[in-house]
Design a protein around this ligand. Structure first.
Ligand code: HAM
Length: 419
């Protein structure tokens, strides 16, 4: 039985095949993202992986709707696996916003599903670090979001030489469109052409733009001029005060494909331009109102950072650490008469927070020791009954130094506190 195209198997390292993904690396990503979010005071949330189809039609925009993993369930409901978390967040916040002080700062680590053509950096399932702020219209929140995205990437060892946040403004593009075009029903269509500008042949974009009354050259001129709006200037200044100016660049080549963005938008890219976007986000001040049928109106903004592109980038820059079993202690049971007492020791060490391994069945002492080395355990420990009271013989596998410690001192020694 084969797995479905665009889906992944996650194995513990060392990986058995180049075609599988590392469960250890995934865990590392999640923990690093969680730590970054915590530094910024964000709280974790999650929604259901399956939502009413209606949640995404109209609200997310044509591109995502075309990629929905949707079906009719046994209760005749039109449903879809979530392609993104933002509409669920808007629904959840709208339902209970009175219970939370504003601004609401939440993050999530959902698995998302998009039925798109499998290609480099794009699969049918991915995990995304989502961080959003709701109930804050001030541009200080926009800068805070960008700073979090930057710090989340820096936490993996990436620097300003590796990535850049391309900062743009839907408002600037909105003004551009309306100065030249009277029909706002075609505005989103226009945004989608701009969004694809870098991925499509110029003739094709040119042709589509002409149908809306724009010339390719005037679009390019607007992007090349890159005149930052006062809003973008204030955000850049805010980031510069934190020493993060090198990580952002005003760039109107970014507009974002999703329909709901209203203000600041941004995408993070590797500087060599080898990979697809690492992250993307922006302000979406009308989505909560739209999802709640007008009942709740809250400004909002946030971003999503995918695991697929980020892992590709970290691998290419050799920034992924070596992952192992993380065994603190391998308990040697060389005399089967001591198995029960060894189990008592194992339980004692595990209760103290140490990771302990041992052989379930009788095994020659040299085999047990070999296994301890294979697992890269920090120490071996074995029960010693040679004295009056049970003691523990501890060996440091790096220095190969061995010593006999009292039962009650074993934890201290093995946790590296006893010297
Ligand atoms: P998005 O640009 O669709 O935004 O996705 C964000 C990131 O998720 C992308 O930059 C990319 O790294 C990753 N990603 C997206 N689709 C795939 C895929 N098929 N395979 C692998 N990685 C993928 C959103 O989803 C917005 N909801 C983000 C947001 C949160 N905006 C405000 N708050």
């Amino acid at each position: 039985m084969e797995r479905l195209p665009g889906f992944r198997d996650f194995y513990p390292e060392p990986l058995p095949h180049s075609d599988v993904w590392s469960a250890d690396a995934r865990h590392y990503l999640f923990e690093t993202w969680r730590a970054a979010a915590r530094h910024y005071g964000f709280r974790e949330y999650d929604g259901p992986p399956l939502e009413p189809l209606e949640m995404y039609t109209m609200k997310s925009g044509a591109e995502i709707v075309g990629q929905l993993y949707n079906f009719t369930d046994k209760g005749d409901r039109a449903v879809s696996l979530r392609p993104e978390l933002t509409p669920s967040l808007a629904r959840m916040v709208a339902a209970h916003e009175r219970n939370y002080k504003k601004p609401i700062k939440w993050f999530g680590l959902p698995q998302l599903f998009r039925y798109e053509r499998q290609q480099k950096g794009r699969l049918r399932e991915h995990f995304q670090f989502n961080a959003d702020i709701l109930g804050e219209a001030d541009l200080g929140a926009d800068a805070e979001m960008l700073a979090l995205a930057i710090d989340a990437l820096r936490a993996f060892g990436l620097t300003a030489d590796d990535f850049v946040l391309r900062l743009s403004s839907r408002q600037a593009w909105h003004d551009f469109f309306h100065q030249r075009h009277p029909d706002s029903t075609r505005e989103y269509e226009f945004y989608q052409i701009i969004d694809k500008l870098e991925r499509e042949a110029p003739e094709e974009s040119s042709h589509k733009l002409a149908a809306l009354g724009f010339s390719y050259d005037e679009i390019r001129a607007f992007i090349n001029a890159g005149e930052p709006t006062p809003e973008l200037q204030s955000i850049v200044q805010n980031l510069a005060a934190r020493g993060l100016a090198a990580f952002v660049k005003v760039d109107y080549g970014v507009i974002r494909g999703l329909a709901y963005y209203t203000g600041t938008v941004f995408e993070a890219f590797d500087k060599k331009g080898e990979f697809r976007a690492i992250a993307g986000g922006g302000r979406y001040d009308n989505l909560v109102k739209l999802i709640s049928g007008g009942k709740v109106d809250l400004p909002a903004l946030g971003f999503g950072m995918g695991d697929v592109v980020l892992l590709e980038l970290l691998k290419a820059r050799k920034l992924l650490p070596a992952f192992g079993a993380n065994v603190d202690v391998y308990c040697l049971i060389e005399d089967e008469a001591l198995r029960l007492e060894s189990l008592r020791l194992i339980q004692h060490l595990r209760a103290a927070g140490l990771a302990v391994e041992y052989s379930f069945t009788p095994l020659k002492p040299d085999k047990q020791f070999k296994r301890a080395l294979e697992l890269r355990a920090k120490h071996t420990a074995k029960v010693d009954r040679s004295g009056a009271a049970p003691a523990v013989r501890v060996k440091d596998l790096r220095s190969r130094e061995e010593k006999l410690v009292a039962w009650d001192d074993a934890v201290k020694t093995l946790a590296g506190e006893g010297g």
